[in-house]
Design a protein around this ligand. Structure first.
Ligand code: GLU
Length: 477
């Protein structure tokens, strides 16, 4: 039988009536920012059209895939609250299916056994290069009309190659990049199964996209070169083609491809560093997608607004300052109780006691000036860490004889306050400033140093209120 390529005439393309998207990470490391953004676009696209979002773990690279990396992906997606509607599917659990499809392609004549050794293929490539052509497999074992194939070498296990079309073009209208086309003469007869029968990467992707009825493949543009190969195989299988959208990469602030060099690139590092998942979703969405000039939007708005027309063709740039700004916004608008619950473990990790104070009230005091949960925790330690008196040096500098006289008077008057609140404390401070004809810092700095051990704190009235009468008076005593 010669190679069957008549399938070339089949041209079917998915529409958006039943959307099914997938995120298909290879579990070879943590979930990085680029991967999380790709997942987010696939997720938001499916949500926008009321479709189905599928998670598929592409774990066929046995040397590089690890269970820890699978877990890191699941953790990252759970943290961002992007639960898949289906899956996770694991490619390693689908090996029988891939073998079946390879067998049927062999019997239909859309694939063939090739007995050339890797060295022979290498030599073919070099010959082509020497002749000024693109290095490629020369088709020795490809069945052609009236062609007599070489005798099968004894004891050699063949690879299976796909009968790639020899002429014409493979083209698609990319959801993001617009029309893209490749000359079929550029495409080698792809190896779809190795000598031990295991299927190769591009082939597994194709069978999965086909079986899982994927309608829209949204992925990084490092896969653009795989797409014509996948399309030709899908056509050979008589499958409906998905639409493809290739998302440009993310650049670091210096314009190079975003990498470890630019700091944290695992999505979970951002959890550790005190970013809120809702801020991360908002920020990641803006890396390559826009809705007018909107920088801040809720998850519901993102879903409502998300459309592929506004996915950008050009690379996005990672901007840590902007991420901080977005995070600060989400912190500011979070409920104090919610922030307290998120910050409490961070206080404990610092050796503090999160029950030592009205933590939601502390969050209320600090949230307008904090960009991350870590900063909130640092700030809250003023109230939650075991009290440490100021250093002798600081005491000598600030707690002068005059200052101590003022503090003694403050303590006596504060002890008499009927109501211990920021208001009454601020009023008392003002009264003392007037009585003594002094400026705020003359009283506020000694108060801070005596009561908290440090010179800089948020508003002194608020700090005194939160510390409580007993603590303040005992530290002034
Ligand atoms: N497993 C591939 C990767 O992690 C993605 C494949 C695809 O989306 O088609 O880069």
């Amino acid at each position: 039988m010669s190679c069957v390529t008549a399938y070339l005439s089949i041209m079917t393309t998915a529409n958006t009536s039943v959307v099914r998207t997938r995120f298909a990470p290879s579990p070879t490391g943590y979930l990085h920012l680029g991967g999380a953004r790709t997942a987010l676009f696939s997720w938001a696209f499916a949500r926008h059209y009321g479709g189905t979002f599928i998670l598929r773990i592409e774990d066929t690279d046995l040397e590089r895939s690890t269970p820890e990396a699978v877990q890191a992906i699941l953790d990252g997606m759970a943290w961002l609250d992007m639960a898949p509607d289906e899956g996770p599917y694991y490619q390693m659990q689908r090996m029988d299916r891939y073998r079946d499809v390879i067998a049927s392609m062999l019997s239909q004549g859309t694939a063939y056994h090739c007995y050339s050794t890797p060295d022979e293929v290498q030599a073919m490539r070099e010959r082509a290069r020497a002749a000024g052509q693109k290095p490629r497999y020369d088709g020795t074992w490809r069945p052609m009309p009236n062609k007599v194939l070489p005798p099968i070498p004894a004891g050699r296990q063949p690879v299976v190659r796909f009968c790639s079309p020899l002429e014409g073009v493979t083209a698609w209208d990319d959801l993001i990049k617009g029309p893209i086309s490749f000359d079929n003469s550029e495409l080698d007869d792809l190896v779809i199964a190795r000598p031990d029968g295991t299927p190769t990467y591009n082939f597994c992707v194709v069978v999965d996209d086909w079986d899982m009825h994927i309608t829209h493949v949204i992925r990084g543009d490092d896969h653009v070169n795989n797409t014509p190969r996948q399309i030709t195989i899908l056509r050979a299988l008589g499958a409906t083609l998905p639409r493809y959208g290739h998302v440009p990469m993310i650049l670091g602030p210096d314009g190079d491809k975003l990498s470890k060099r630019h700091g944290a690139v695992s999505i979970m590092d951002y959890d550790d560093a005190g970013y809120l998942p809702e801020a991360m979703i908002n920020y990641l969405a803006r890396l390559g997608w826009s809705h007018g000039n909107d920088e801040l939007f809720s998850r519901a708005e993102l879903i409502e607004w998300f459309d592929p027309q506004h996915l950008s063709k050009s690379a996005a740039q990672w901007d840590p300052k902007k991420l901080n700004w977005v995070n600060a916004h989400y912190i500011k608008q979070s409920a104090n109780e919610d922030l307290a619950a998120r910050v409490a473990p961070r206080i404990m990790a610092r050796g503090g006691n999160s029950d030592a104070v009205d933590l939601p009230a502390v969050m209320g005091l600090l949230k307008d000036r904090s960009e991350t949960l870590e900063q909130l925790a640092d700030g809250a330690m003023l109230f939650c860490a075991p009290y440490q008196a100021a250093s002798a040096e600081l005491q000598a500098e600030v707690l002068t004889t005059d200052a101590r006289v003022l503090l003694a008077e403050f303590a006596a008057r504060a002890a008499e306050l009927a109501d211990w609140s920021q208001d009454t404390l601020d009023t008392l401070i003002k009264a003392m400033l007037q009585d003594h004809g002094i400026k705020m810092h003359r009283l506020a700095i000694p108060l801070r140093v005596a009561v908290t051990g440090v010179k800089h704190t948020p508003s002194i009235g608020a700090v005194l209120e939160l510390l409580g009468r007993e603590t303040v008076l005992s530290r002034l005593g």
